[in-house]
Unconditional design. Sequence first.
Length: 174
Amino acid sequence: MARIGIINVSDRASAGVYEDIPGKAVVALLTEWLTSPWEPVYRVIPDEQDQLEAAMIDMADNGGCCLIVTTGGTGPALRDVTPEATEAVCQKMMPGFGELMRQESLKYVPTAILSRQTAGIRNQTLILNLPGKPKAIGQCLGIVFPAIPYCIDLINGPFLTTNEKVMPIFRPKS
C-alpha cells in the first residue's frame, strides 16, 4: 500500500484557530483519483521551517511516503517558508512542477506570479508544494498529477494507478 504524506502548513490551522480545509481537499482529490491502495500520513504544522523540514524528513525517511504534498506557505509573505524547507531536504529539485502550476494559475488570477510552488526529490519521495486555497489546490494538483505516478516509478516508488475517467496519467509505452 502506498503511503502519501499530506502537510498543511498553517500557523492558524495548527493552533486550532480554523479548520484544516486545504489538507482535507488534497485527501478528497487523491481519494477520487487513485485506484491503487493508499494511506494518508497527515500533519498540520505551523509556518516554521525547522518543523516543516523535520516533518518532511520523517515522512520520507521513516514513514515510507512515496509522495508528500504540502499546502500553504508558498507566497511572498515573511512567514512563507515552504519552498525553502523543500529545497533544504531534497537532493534534486523538479522546477517543471512549479512552472506548470503557475502557468495554470495565471489562467485564473494575475497574482499567480507571486506563488513559489516547487517540487523536489528526497531519496525515493517526491515532495510537491501546493498553494493553500482549496480551489487553487485542485487546479494546481490537477494539472501536474498526470506526471506524478511516472515520476514515482522513476524513483523506485510504488506503482500508482488512477481512475482514467477522472484523472488520466501518462506513462511512456515500454
